[in-house]
Design a protein around this ligand. Structure first.
Ligand code: GLV
Ligand code: MG
Length: 316
């Protein structure tokens, strides 16, 4: 189940805001993550844990993946976050997000702790997934080991704001291109995360874009990670949800084309179609690799509930 959950839009909801915990339930995001980390001030953290448990247990999150972001393991808060939230609402929680992950042993700690709590509560062992956020150089260098550290891991997430700070990047605009750099300064980081995620059949998720009133700029940033293969992106405001849903779904024409390739290739490789391995579909030559690419696009379209607007007709 885990890695196949839709996560085109992952909505950040501060655990200290009762108003936003309530409002988020009515918004059409694929995933919500109730935050105990950077959106919650240190003095508000104990209260936020209680709000998050109550919201998970009493709220209506139907149709959404429910995640809680705990504090990172260099803080004093992490163990209490995990114990309070999972003991209090483990049956109503899909994943725990661990931020600023730096090494595989941090994921192993969370895995063991979740197992302990699941055993205590009689929940299915391994039922709660882990989302690992990569936010500094150490995390990126160790990302392969992190991705392999637990069967609970469902996603590797890029945390661009913390990452930019950690590598001394000379910009304050998260995820955006830089006028002094003739390329995308985030390309290597995104690709590195994507390779680690795909090696372990995990989803790759892009992080936040902070200029929440600029939907066009959000779309531009999202399009770049979607083009590489990322599965979704964080959204910080309701206006960003629709854009993310659209950008991380295939276009109608790409979806139709992918389904057409699958049907055509199935026909042409069959006895009735002449058992051909490489064949022309219109002006395009398709073969087994085309089928593999088409499977990816078709799967994304089907997961998004898209319908075909064309069909394949075998030649007479
Ligand atoms: C998100 O947590 C980020 O640091 O970008
Ligand atoms: Mg961060």
């Amino acid at each position: 189940m885990g890695a196949s959950r839709p996560r085109r839009s992952c909505l950040a909801v501060p655990g200290s805001s009762l108003k936003m915990l309530d409002k988020a339930q009515g918004l059409p995001a694929d995933q919500v993550f109730l935050d105990l980390e950077d959106a919650v001030a240190p003095l508000a953290k104990p209260e936020a844990r209680k709000n998050v448990v109550a919201a998970l247990n009493d709220g209506d999150w139907s149709g959404k993946t429910r995640v809680v972001r705990v504090n990172d393991l260099t803080t004093p808060w992490t163990y209490r976050d995990v114990i309070e939230v999972v003991e209090g609402a483990g049956a109503n929680l899909d994943c725990v997000m661990l931020p600023k992950v730096q090494s595989a042993d941090q994921v192993a700690w969370l895995d063991l702790t979740l197992t302990q709590i699941e055993k205590t509560l009689g929940l299915p062992i391994g039922g709660i997934g882990i989302e690992a956020q990569i936010e500094n150089a150490r995390g990126l260098v160790n990302v392969d080991a992190i991705a392999a550290a637990s069967p609970r891991i469902e996603t590797i997430i890029f945390g661009p704001a913390d990452f930019m700070a950690s590598i001394n990047m000379k910009s304050l605009v998260v995820g955006a291109l830089h006028p002094d750099y003739p390329g995308d300064p985030f390309h290597y980081i995104l690709m590195r995360i994507l390779m680690a995620a795909r090696m372990h059949d995990l989803q790759a998720i892009d992080g936040p874009f902070l200029q929440i009133r600029d939907s066009d700029a959000f779309r531009e940033v999202a399009k770049r990670s979607a083009a590489l293969g990322f599965d979704g992106k964080w959204v910080l405001h309701p206006d960003q949800i629709g854009v993310a849903t659209e950008v991380y779904s295939p276009s109608q024409s790409d979806y139709d084309h992918a389904e057409l390739i699958l049907d055509a290739y199935e026909f042409y490789t069959s006895a009735a179609g002449g058992q051909l391995g490489a064949v022309m579909l219109g002006d395009e030559m398709i073969d087994e690799a085309s089928r593999k690419m088409a499977i990816v696009i078709a799967a994304k379209g089907r997961a998004a509930g898209m319908s075909r607007t064309s069909s394949f007709t075998p030649p007479e």
